[in-house]
Design a protein around this ligand. Structure first.
Ligand SMILES: *Cc1c(COP(=O)(O)O)cnc(C)c1O
Length: 478
């Protein structure tokens, strides 16, 4: 019986090869494109809004339409001048690995359904555990859709292990630089606002230990139950790593769960400089890392590591009747018992294939290059009369401000000036360069985790900023 979805072998090959060609062209020609795209809802509706068609049309025509209209209307996160947010440099091997995983539609939930998929998740998880100096035999982890889901999975686990089913008095601590996904997760799991303490950071954007200790002491005096601290290893704004050892000491002393959100910075463990910056990361109870950021994987893949794998299974195992037959022995892990999803795509494959193909050496080289590039950028900016550094190069992130020497602009003028420079760069579509706010100042931020980015790309964009800056100041004088 032929399925109504079937194509002939020739049709499948011609369609599939065409898509491979398009992806290869995207990889090889990315620099000839502009990283920024901008479109209003109205413009998009004009192109796309229609009822679901009753009758289909030739596959090639749909593909052509998509290539003409969908792809160009999206920022290019792999572009060497995509400096903003956290870029997604990705890599070709993992791109193809994801196509394989999808093509074979492998179910990555239970051992019995796909032993090799479970095994690859165990093996790659062991690689990660070892990288972060977590215990490989006792520890464990799970791939998730991203860092947000890893943080959520961590907090559900922390709450279950520390509080059981009554968390009415539990209090959780995080800094004002912690990623928004943590607050989202806290809300998702039903904590009230009064159970959350957002601790101010110091002048270097690190968790203030003194204020943290004060809050914990106060909560204990009020009969509350401090249960978890979320530290960040590489904040998204500045790349700053919280004082991990000092926080770990507090957690040990107060018997608190220590979660580290390393979604941005965790991968830096693979470089010498990075592993120094991340000292203490091995002391976390749970650690989020995000391979679709600085491990160069395509979306989506996040990861949660824990010191004791049984924490995950004790939190997430449920045994419905229809899953009875597929219970294996303990060593044959069913990853649906380690997290929220039952049906899961085969995320471990791309991680596995890219590390097998390139070797860790290649990842180490790329990450070290990124860290050095940000430092080189800092040196370059410090030598210029037009720029000041607001937060120095840390784990490949740098924040700076256009503030020409001798002009004595007010804070408000500087904010407007930098906002406008960024807006003009983005409007030119030459580079994706947006601002952030640090200590009430609007600053320009660069996140340099793309190994394709060179110092020349950066200098070109700074040159553009310089001339926009001059232009704006000239306008103001009129
Ligand atoms: C990006 C990021 C997250 C969220 O990860 P997603 O993969 O986008 O869900 C969480 N924490 C930090 C520090 C991040 O940089």
């Amino acid at each position: 019986m032929k399925s109504p979805f079937d194509l002939s072998i020739e049709e499948m090959k011609s369609y599939g090869y065409k898509i491979v060609d398009l992806i290869v062209a995207h990889y090889s020609e990315v620099e000839n494109k502009k990283p920024v795209s901008k479109a209003s809802r109205e413009e998009m509706d004009t192109i796309f809004l229609q009822e679901a068609p009753e009758n289909g049309m030739p596959a090639d025509e749909v593909l052509d339409f998509v290539m003409d209209n969908v792809m160009p209307n999206s920022n290019i996160s792999t572009h060497p001048k995509a400096f903003s947010f956290v870029p997604g440099p990705s890599n070709f091997i993992s791109t193809m690995a994801d196509s394989l995983a999808t093509g074979f539609n492998i179910f990555s939930g239970g051992w019995i359904v796909s032993p090799s998929a479970a095994e690859l998740e165990i093996v790659t998880m062991n690689w990660l555990l070892k990288m972060f100096n977590f215990p490989v035999t006792k520890g464990g982890g799970i791939f998730t859709s991203g860092g947000s889901m890893a943080n959520l999975t961590a907090l559900v686990t922390a709450r279950r292990i520390k509080c059981g089913s009554d968390f009415s008095k539990a209090v959780i601590y995080l800094s004002d630089q912690a990623h928004s996904s943590n607050i989202k997760a806290i809300r998702v799991i039903g904590f009230k606002e009064e159970q959350v303490r957002i601790i101010p950071t110091d002048l270097e954007f690190r968790f203030s230990i003194n204020k943290l200790k004060n809050e914990i002491a106060k909560d204990k005096l009020e009969g509350k139950l401090p249960f978890c601290i979320i530290a960040t290893a590489g904040t998204t704004n500045t790349g700053t790593v919280d004082p991990l050892d000092a926080i770990a000491d507090i957690c040990e002393k107060e018997n608190l769960w220590f979660h580290i959100d390393g979604a941005y910075g965790g991968a830096a463990i693979l470089s010498k400089k990075g592993s120094r910056t991340l000292r203490g990361i091995e002391r976390a109870d749970s650690l989020t890392v995000d391979p679709h950021k600085w491990f160069f994987q395509p979306y989506e893949i996040g990861c949660l590591l824990v010191k004791d794998a049984s924490w995950l299974s004790n939190t997430f195992s449920e045994k419905p009747e229809y899953l009875r037959d597929i219970e294996g022995n303990e060593s044959e892990i069913n990853f649906y018992d380690y997290g929220i999803q039952l049906t899961r795509r085969f995320r471990a494959l791309k991680f596995y294939m890219s590390i097998k193909t390139y070797g860790l050496k290649t990842f180490k080289k790329a990450i070290s290059y990124n860290i050095d590039l940000a430092e080189e950028t800092e040196d370059f900016l410090r030598k210029s009369k037009n720029w000041e550094i607001v937060s120095p190069a840390t784990l490949a992130i740098i924040n700076f401000r256009y503030n020409p020497l001798g002009l004595n602009l007010s804070e408000k003028e500087l904010d407007t000036l930098n906002q406008q420079i960024s807006a003009k760069v983005v409007a030119s579509k030459e580079a994706l360069l947006v601002t952030t706010v640090l200590q009430n100042q609007i600053v320009i931020r660069m996140c340099l985790i793309n190994p394709k980015t060179t110092i020349n790309h950066i200098k070109e964009t700074l040159e553009q900023c310089n001339s926009f800056g001059k232009e704006i100041l000239k306008e103001w004088k009129k």
